[in-house]
Design a protein around this ligand. Structure first.
Ligand SMILES: Cc1cc2nc3c(=O)[nH]c(=O)nc-3n(C[C@H](O)[C@H](O)[C@H](O)COP(=O)(O)O)c2cc1C
Length: 211
């Protein structure tokens, strides 16, 4: 007997056809925003931001820069998972300011970890830092997909888009951001043939190795 959560994970699928008449409620949207913010990230640095597109014209304009995939037009909201363009020492410092303030932790207790992180990142190339930030966006995607499943929000994750064109269209450069992933959310159309398809997975016996 599958647990409730496994049933929900079976229920979800990468939605290909959204019901264009159904919009996500603001309550559901708020859950997704909070879930994004609650995503665990490496060191807790959260080098991410979520851009939410709901304007009809904008969603329409995204189709040609999303490999022609209609989900970004037909869904209720397009979530664009972004990373910081760069990670500065000042960013790290602001994170520790927040820890100090929220947890009332004296700075001298935080100082060793703060200098460890500052040094760690100063030793990485820009490429390594970008790749690290991109990985954090994937974590957020995984988290959002699970939350969507639990909340019965239909979703399609999309890597098939042109990040540089998204960045230009959404004006992300002046926000100091780069798009990493897209998540179209809303409600499935009654006739989305993909909804009824069996899951294709390698199988627990193939993907799990117990030692
Ligand atoms: C990171 C990522 C990128 C994806 N990109 C696309 C995409 O561009 N277009 C699309 O239709 N599906 C995309 N998918 C959906 C996958 O094809 C789908 O999740 C996979 O085939 C498993 O099927 P299921 O999610 O329906 O169980 C993507 C999924 C992930 C996790």
């Amino acid at each position: 007997m599958a647990s409730e959560i496994l049933k929900k994970l079976q229920w979800r699928y990468a939605t290909k056809k959204f019901d264009t008449t159904k919009k996500l409620s603001s309550d559901k949207l708020d859950i997704l925003k909070e879930a994004f913010n609650l995503t665990a990230t490496s060191y807790g640095l959260q080098p991410l931001k979520l851009v939410i597109v709901s304007k009809a014209k904008m969603k329409e304009d995204l189709v040609p820069i999303t490999m022609g995939q209609p989900q970004v037009n037909d869904c209720s909201h397009v979530l664009v998972l972004c990373r910081e363009a760069t990670l500065t020492n000042d960013y790290i410092k602001k994170y520790f300011n927040k820890v100090e303030q929220i947890r009332a932790t004296p700075r001298e207790i935080l100082a060793p970890f703060e200098s460890f992180l500052t040094i760690t990142f100063s030793e990485k190339s820009q490429e390594e830092i970008s790749s690290w930030m991109t990985k954090q966006a994937y974590l957020a995607l995984g988290n959002l997909l699970t939350v969507c499943a639990l909340e019965e929000i239909d979703a399609c994750p999309l890597e098939g888009f042109e990040p540089a064109k998204y960045d230009a269209y959404l004006g992300l450069e002046k926000l100091g951001l780069k798009s990493v992933l897209v998540l179209a959310v809303g409600h499935r159309a009654d006739d989305d043939m993909f909804a009824g398809m069996k899951k294709v997975r390698r199988g627990v016996d193939r993907v799990v190795i117990e030692m």
